[in-house]
Design a protein around this ligand. Structure first.
Ligand SMILES: NC(=O)C1=CN([C@@H]2O[C@H](COP(=O)(O)OP(=O)(O)OC[C@H]3O[C@@H](n4cnc5c(N)ncnc54)[C@H](OP(=O)(O)O)[C@@H]3O)[C@@H](O)[C@H]2O)C=CC1
Ligand SMILES: CC(C)(CO)C(=O)C(=O)O
Length: 296
C-alpha cells in the first residue's frame, strides 16, 4: 500500500520507518532539511542499539500524498489547520486518514479543514529526532484507534509490527493520553528532566496524583467515562520510559513553541467552560508559557 506521512518528525519518521520496513511504499512529507538528508542517506532508524537504513520516498510537497491509501498525519497541534488544508486536495474518498497527535481536539479540527473522515489515533511511543533524517526510538510504539475505518487501518499497522488496538471508546482513550501528557509533559519541560529522575524528586509523585484528580474531575464533567486504573497507568509511564524527555521538553530544547495550549491548556479551557477549578493545570500552563518567552 502507498502510505504517506504528513509531518515527518519524531512520530512520523518512526511509524513511516516501521511501515516501510514491512514492505509498504512510504512517502514522507517534511521540511527541506529532512528531505535533503533522507535523499542523501535514506531514513535512519536507531532502535534497540542498532541503526537501520530505511528506503523511503521523501518530499516537501504535500502533493506527494496523492494516491496514498493511508495518511499518517503527524504535525504538532498548532499546525493542524495549515497542514490539513495542504493535504486536503490530495485525499481520495477511500484514503484512511489517521491523526497521530496528542491532545483531544486534533481529529475534529483536521476533519473540519479537510472535509474528510479522520481516525483518532492515540500514540504511545517515545521517539525523538537525533538529527536530520535520523529518528531514535526510545520505547513502546503501540497505538489505539477508533471509529469508522479503524479495522482496516489496524490490519495494516499490526501487519507491519505496530501493535494497534481498536478501542471501543476512543474518546476516553484520547482523554487518558491527555491526562498522562498533562501529568508529565510540562514538568519534564520546566525541569528539563526525563521521567525517571523527575518522579524521584520530592513532592512530584504527590503532584502527579493531585493533577490526575484535577484532570479526572474535568473529564467527568465533560461526560467522559475514564477507565479504572488511570493513576497506575500514569505512574507506569515513568517506569516504562525513564530516559524520555516529554515532547514539550524536546520542543523547548529545540527552541520551538510547545503544544501546551492543547495539553494542560485544554484542561484549563474545558474546566472554565464546565465550572471545574483547575489550579494545577493553570500553573503548569503558565510555567511553560514563561519558558517559551525565553525562546529566541
Ligand atoms: N515525540 C514523541 O515522543 C511523541 C509525540 N506525540 C505527538 O505526536 C505529534 C507529532 O509530534 P512530533 O513527531 O514529536 O513532532 P515533530 O515536531 O518532531 O514533527 C512534526 C514535523 O512536521 C513538520 N511539519 C509541520 N508542518 C509541516 C508542513 N506543512 N509540511 C511539511 N512538514 C511540516 C515539522 O516541521 P517544523 O518543526 O519545521 O514545523 C516537524 O518536522 C504531536 O502532537 C506530539 O504531541 C505523541 C507521542 C509521543
Ligand atoms: C508518550 C509521551 C509521554 C512520551 O514522552 C508523550 O506523549 C509526549 O512526550 O508527548
Amino acid at each position: 500500500m502507498k502510505i504517506a506521512v504528513m509531518g515527518a518528525g519524531a512520530v512520523g519518521c518512526y511509524y513511516g520507518a516501521m511501515l516501510a520496513r514491512a514492505g509498504h511504499e512510504v512517502v514522507l512529507i517534511g521540511r527541506p532539511a529532512l528531505v535533503e538528508a533522507v535523499q542523501a542517506n535514506g531514513l535512519i532508524l536507531e532502535m534497540g542499539g542498532e541503526s537501520h537504513v530505511i528506503a523511503v520516498e521523501v518530499s516537501d510537497d504535500p502533493a506527494a500524498i496523492a494516491g496514498a491509501g493511508m495518511v499518517l498525519f503527524c504535525v504538532k497541534s498548532s499546525d493542524t489547520e495549515d497542514a490539513g488544508r495542504q493535504i486536503a486536495p490530495y485525499l481520495s474518498d477511500d484514503t484512511l486518514l489517521l491523526s497521530l497527535q496528542n491532545g483531544v481536539s486534533n481529529p475534529e479540527r483536521l476533519q473540519a479543514v479537510t472535509g474528510h473522515a479522520v481516525i483518532p489515533t492515540v500514540v504511545y511511543v517515545a521517539s525523538a529526532m537525533a538529527g536530520p533524517g535520523v529518528v531514535r526510538h526510545e520505547g513502546r510504539g503501540d497505538l489505539a484507534i477508533g471509529g469508522p475505518g479503524s479495522d482496516a487501518a489496524a490490519e495494516v499497522l499490526n501487519g507491519a509490527g505496530v501493535e494497534t488496538v481498536v478501542s471501543p471508546d476512543i474518546i476516553a482513550a484520547q482523554w487518558v493520553k491527555l491526562i498522562l501528557n498533562c501529568a508529565y509533559n510540562a514538568l519534564s519541560a520546566v525541569a528539563d528532566m526525563p521521567y525517571g529522575p523527575l518522579v524521584a524528586q520530592d513532592g512530584i509523585p504527590e503532584l502527579l496524583e493531585d493533577n490526575v484528580a484535577e484532570c479526572r474531575a474535568v473529564a467527568e464533567a465533560a461526560g467522559v467515562a475514564l477507565p479504572d486504573g488511570l493513576l497506575d497507568n500514569v505512574r507506569g509511564i515513568a517506569k516504562a520510559m525513564p530516559g524520555q524527555y516529554s515532547s514539550t521538553a524536546q520542543d523547548l530544547r529545540r527552541g520551538r513553541m510547545t503544544e501546551i495550549d492543547f495539553l494542560n491548556g485544554e484542561i484549563v479551557r474545558k474546566g472554565r467552560e464546565l465550572g471545574v477549578p483547575t489550579p494545577i493545570n493553570k500553573t503548569l500552563t503558565a510555567l511553560v508559557k514563561l519558558a517559551e518567552t525565553k525562546l529566541g
